[in-house]
Design a protein around this ligand. Structure first.
Ligand code: PPS
Ligand code: ADP
Length: 623
C-alpha cells in the first residue's frame, strides 16, 4: 500500500508557491508515523482508495482498536537500495493552499542513523519528536547533532503525547528549555516548540483547547509559514557535469542539473578543477534551447571554446568559481559495518565526481550525547568524527555550510561498493597546486638500464610462519647470485625501525602496509627488485600497494599455508602464546587474514618444498 506518487509529476503540478522539505526524527514510538499519517490524512492529500486500504489495514493490523492507525500509512515502505546499503527513507508529498511539502520519514532505531543522514541532507527543517513522558533521549541528541551537521537550521520541536501528561505546561517547558540549550550548542537557534498530541490531533492543524497556556502556531501553521529561504548564501552558477554528450563531430554538450545560481547564453564560465574558461554558447533541452536555466533544471550546455571537460567536472560562474583542492578537513558519519581505518583507500563521491581518498587523520570523534571530543584511532558504525581527508586528485568543492551540492560527499567501500560514510567538507587544508613533483633527470628507466634489469615489487603475503621469509630469502639469494640488484623488506625488520611506532591493531596494520608499499615504490624507482614479506592480511591494502605500481611491475605471491600447518610449525612460539591469550590480535587466531583473490602466484608450502617454490617465483620474474 505504498503511495506511488511520482515526485517529478508532483513538482510539476505545483510549479508556483513555496516548497518545504523537512524530515521527522525521534525515537521509536515517539509518534512520528502517527504525526505524518495525520498530516497526510488531514490535509486531504490521500487518495480515496488509500484511505479504504488504510481502514482495512487498521482493522486487521492497527493498534488503535479499529480506529484508523495512521502509523500504518508510513511504516513498511519499500526500502531503496543505494550503493548496496539499505536506505530506508520514505519520502511523502502533501500540500495545502499555502505550501507544498516533501517529508522524509527516517526510522528511529540507532542503526538507522544513516537513513536519517540521507533524509537530512536535502531537508531545510527537522521535526524532532519527543515523548512528553520521556523527555530528551539519546536519539534526540544524535538526530539533532546530525541534522545540524547536515546543515539544517530550523527545528520544530514536537513535544508529543501531551495528553498522557495531562497537558502539563511545566513538563512541556522543562523539555523545551533543555532542548534549546542542546540546539544552541549545535548552532540551531530557530527552534519552535509545540505541545502536541499527534494521536488526538491537538495543536496539529488547529490550536487545541487542551493547551490554553500555549499561544504559538500549530504544527501545520508553522510548517506553512516558516521562512527557510535565508539559511544559505546565494551562490553563483554551478553545474556538476553528469555526462558529456557528443552525438557527432559537431556537437559537444555538457549535461547535468544546475546545482546553484542561473546561467544564460553568453555567460562566462570556468571549468573546475582545471580552471579553464569559456562562454556558454547554447542551453539545450529536449524542449528546445533556453535563454535561462536556474537551479534544479536539467540542461545541456555547449561552450564557445573546445575545453577539455569530463564527467565529474564542474562548470561554474567565472566571476565566483568554487575552489579546487585535494586535502580537506571534514566531518564524517561512519555507516560501515567494518570500522573506518585511516590510510585505507575508499572511493569518494562528490557532485558527479568519484576519486580515491583516504582519511589521513581522525582529529577526534564526537560523543553526540555529550558533544565531547574523544581521541580515536578508528571509527565504528554510527560514529561521527572530524577528520583530515586526502584525495588522489583535486576536486571542485564548496564548504558545506555554503553549498550542500558541492560540500557533501559519500565514501564507498572499494571491495563491495557499499556506502560507508556520509560527510561534509569544512575547508581545504592546502591548495592542491602548492606541492609539485620535482623533476629529476636520472629516471627509473635510466637506473634500471644501468642495473640491467626490470624493476619489480614481489609482494609475499600469508600467515605468520607460512614461509614468506624463508622463500623470499631463497629468491633473493639466487637473484643476487645471478647479479641482480635486490632488497628484502621484511615485516619483522621494518617494525624495528621505520614502523617501530606501530602495533597489530587493524589501523596500525593498515599504516604499516601503506608505509612499506611507499618504500617499495621508492625502491623500484631506484631500479631494484624488491621482495616484500609482510603478513599484509587485508585485501584493501594489498590492492592499494598494487595500484602504486605499473601493471606488470607488481607480483603478488600468496604463500598459502593452512593455519593448522603454520601453527604446527610455530617457528617463533608465537601461536602458542596467542592461543594462551598472551598476544592479542594475532593473525589467524583473533585477527582476520583475507586470502588474495587473484594473486600472480600461489605457493602451496604443504605439497612443495621451499627451494622448488623459490624457483617458481624466479621463473615467473625472469621467465
Ligand atoms: N599480533 C600479531 N599478529 C601477527 N604477527 C605478529 C603479532 N605480534 C607479533 N607478530 C610478529 O610480527 C610479524 C608480522 O608483522 P607484519 O608487519 O608482517 O604484519 S602485518 O603485515 O602488519 O599484519 C610476524 O612475523 P612473521 O611470522 O614473519 O609473519 C610475527 O612474528
Ligand atoms: N615449503 C615450505 N616453504 C617455506 N617454508 C617452509 C616450507 N616447509 C616448511 N617450512 C618452514 O616453515 C617456516 C616458515 O617460517 P618463516 O619463513 O619465518 O615464515 P613467515 O615469514 O611467513 O612468518 C620455516 O621454519 C620453514 O623452514
Amino acid at each position: 500500500m505504498a503511495v506511488a506518487e511520482d515526485i517529478a509529476a508532483y513538482l510539476r503540478r505545483h510549479e508556483t508557491g513555496g516548497l518545504l522539505r523537512f524530515i521527522t526524527c525521534g525515537s521509536v514510538d515517539d509518534g512520528k508515523s502517527t504525526l505524518i499519517g495525520r498530516l497526510l490524512h488531514d490535509t486531504r492529500r490521500l487518495f480515496d482508495d488509500q484511505l479504504a486500504a488504510l481502514r482495512d489495514d487498521s482493522r486487521r493490523h492497527g493498534t488503535q482498536n479499529g480506529e484508523i492507525d495512521y502509523a500504518l500509512l508510513v511504516d513498511g515502505l519499500a526500502a531503496e537500495r543505494e550503493q548496496g546499503i539499505t536506505i530506508d527513507v520514505a519520502y511523502r508529498y502533501f500540500g495545502t493552499d499555502k505550501r507544498r511539502f516533501i517529508v522524509a520519514d527516517c526510522p528511529g532505531h540507532e542503526q538507522y542513523t544513516r537513513n536519517m543522514a540521507t533524509g537530512a541532507s536535502t531537508a531545510d527543517l527537522a521535526v524532532v519528536l519527543v515523548d512528553a513522558r520521556k523527555g530528551l533521549l539519546t536519539q534526540t541528541r544524535r538526530h539533532t547533532y546530525i541534522a545540524a551537521l547536515l546543515g539544517i537550521r530550523h527545528v520544530l520541536l514536537a513535544v508529543n503525547k501531551m495528553d498522557l501528561v495531562g497537558y502539563d505546561r511545566a513538563v512541556f517547558e522543562a523539555i523545551v528549555a533543555e532542548y534549546r540549550e542542546l540546539a544552541a550548542q549545535r548552532g540551531i537557534t530557530a527552534v519552535t516548540a509545540i505541545p502536541l498530541s499527534a494521536l488526538r490531533g491537538d495543536n496539529l492543524l488547529l490550536r487545541s483547547p487542551e493547551t490554553p497556556w500555549y499561544d504559538g502556531p500549530s504544527v501545520l501553521e508553522h510548517l506553512e509559514t516558516v521562512d527557510v529561504a535565508q539559511d544559505r548564501p546565494a551562490l553563483g552558477f554551478r553545474l556538476p557535469v553528469q555526462w558529456v554528450n557528443r552525438p557527432n563531430q559537431n556537437f559537444r554538450g555538457f549535461a547535468g542539473t544546475v546545482a546553484a545560481g542561473e546561467v544564460r547564453p553568453g555567460d562566462e564560465i570556468a571549468a573546475l578543477p582545471s580552471g579553464r574558461r569559456s562562454k556558454v554558447a547554447r542551453i539545450v533541452t529536449a524542449g528546445g534551447d533556453l535563454d535561462l536555466a536556474v537551479a534544479g533544471q536539467a540542461v545541456t550546455l555547449t561552450l564557445e571554446d573546445e575545453l577539455d571537460v569530463s564527467r565529474g567536472d564542474v562548470l561554474a560562474s567565472a566571476a565566483e568559481p568554487p575552489e579546487a583542492a585535494d586535502q580537506f578537513a571534514a566531518h564524517l558519519l561512519w555507516m560501515g559495518e567494518q570500522p573506518l581505518l585511516p590510510g585505507r583507500p575508499y572511493w569518494l563521491k562528490i557532485g558527479a565526481r568519484t576519486v580515491s581518498a583516504t582519511v589521513t587523520e581522525i582529529k577526534h570523534k564526537i560523543d553526540v550525547n555529550t558533544q565531547a571530543a574523544l581521541a580515536a584511532k578508528h571509527l565504528e558504525l554510527n560514529e561521527v568524527a572530524y577528520c583530515n581527508l586526502s584525495l588522489d586528485q583535486p576536486v571542485a568543492f564548496e564548504p558545506y555550510a555554503d553549498d550542500r551540492a558541492l560540500g557533501a560527499f559519500i565514501l564507498i567501500d572499494r571491495q563491495d561498493n557499499a556506502t560507508v560514510a556520509a560527510g561534509t567538507l569544512d575547508f581545504a587544508l592546502r591548495r592542491a597546486g602548492n606541492i609539485h613533483w620535482q623533476h629529476v633527470d636520472v629516471d627509473k628507466q635510466a637506473r634500471a638500464r644501468s642495473k640491467g634489469q626490470s624493476p619489480r615489487c614481489v609482494w609475499f603475503t600469508g600467515l605468520s610462519g607460512s614461509g614468506k621469509s624463508t622463500i623470499a630469502n631463497l629468491v633473493e639469494k639466487r637473484l643476487h647470485a645471478q647479479g641482480h640488484h635486490t632488497y628484502i623488506l621484511d615485516g619483522d625488520n621494518v617494525r624495528h625501525g621505520l614502523n617501530k611506532d606501530l602495533g597489530f591493531t587493524d589501523e596500525d596494520r593498515v599504516e604499516n602496509i601503506r608505509r612499506v608499499a611507499e618504500v617499495a615504490k621508492l625502491m623500484t624507482d631506484a631500479g631494484l627488485i624488491v621482495l616484500v614479506s609482510f603478513i599484509s592480511p587485508f585485501r584493501a591494502e594489498r590492492r592499494m600497494a598494487r595500484e602504486l605500481f605499473a601493471p606488470d611491475e607488481f607480483v603478488e605471491v600468496y604463500v598459502d599455508t593452512p593455519l593448522a600447518v603454520a601453527e604446527d610449525r610455530d617457528v617463533k612460539g608465537l601461536y602458542a602464546k596467542a592461543r594462551a591469550g598472551k598476544i592479542p590480535n594475532f593473525t589467524g587466531i583473533d585477527s582476520p587474514y583475507e586470502a588474495p583473490e587473484a594473486p600472480e602466484l600461489v605457493l602451496d608450502t604443504v605439497s612443495e618444498d621451499a627451494e622448488t617454490l623459490a624457483q617458481r617465483v624466479i621463473d615467473r620474474l625472469l621467465g
